[in-house]
Design a protein around this ligand. Sequence first.
Ligand SMILES: Nc1nc2c(ncn2[C@@H]2O[C@H](COP(=O)(O)OP(=O)(O)OP(=O)(O)O)[C@@H](O)[C@H]2O)c(=O)[nH]1
Ligand SMILES: [Mg+2]
Length: 224
Amino acid sequence: MSMSGEKSISDSKSAAVLQSSPALFPNAKVVQGKVVLLGDSAVGKSSLVLRFVKKQFSEYQESTIGAAFLTQTVTAKDYTVKLEIWDTAGQERYHTMSPMYYRNAAVAVIVYDITSANSFARAKFWIKELQKNGPQKCSIVLAGNKLDLADRRVVDTEEARLFAEEKGALFFEVSAKTEHNVDQMFETAALRIPKNLSGKSNGLSKTIDLSSSAQPEETSKCCN
Ligand SMILES: Nc1nc2c(ncn2[C@@H]2O[C@H](COP(=O)(O)OP(=O)(O)OP(=O)(O)O)[C@@H](O)[C@H]2O)c(=O)[nH]1
Ligand SMILES: [Mg+2]
């Protein structure tokens, strides 16, 4: 499944086309970077991405098969960030595919459900896994979702915050349902994507200068 947000480009080849769409990219420099969402099944990874990209929420969100790819852009002060978002499947049977999705990710958002202790344990596992086998400079965001269900909370905010701090991760409590903190979390993630406004790729992201007449290099939509 592949989707893109209102202000996004769904195909990286279309960066050249965007030169004629300055309203979409008010800043000439566009930084592209990969964001991967990891976490147990049903914690709300897809719901968070759909809330951020499509401004939608469904009580009956289907479990992801394999992974979903979406894009969204965020405008920073002097540049635009194009997030290439990989929403992975949390079901156990897909876990062997995970390294393919977190490879070269500039940011990993590890999601748990504040009403599920198991999902928090799984989030800890993912952070360990990423710090052992993931990209060296990957920024990690720990996200406790379903904040609207705070009356059923079993994961303590301070415990999660301290854990995140210990691991050098950013921490947010969010709700895909009410939209609470969702944009803030993804926007903060976008700003963690390393930028090199002089135009070179640094392994985790690359910058395209839309004001230059040079054609941008073609990038693959695959997860390498
Ligand atoms: N109350 C509440 N329910 C949520 C929230 N986010 C997601 N849900 C619900 O939780 C269920 C699972 O959401 P998904 O987004 O499919 O979860 P997922 O992590 O993508 O699951 P997999 O694709 O199986 O890995 C759905 O029924 C959603 O409606 C939230 O913030 N609050
Ligand atoms: Mg999903």
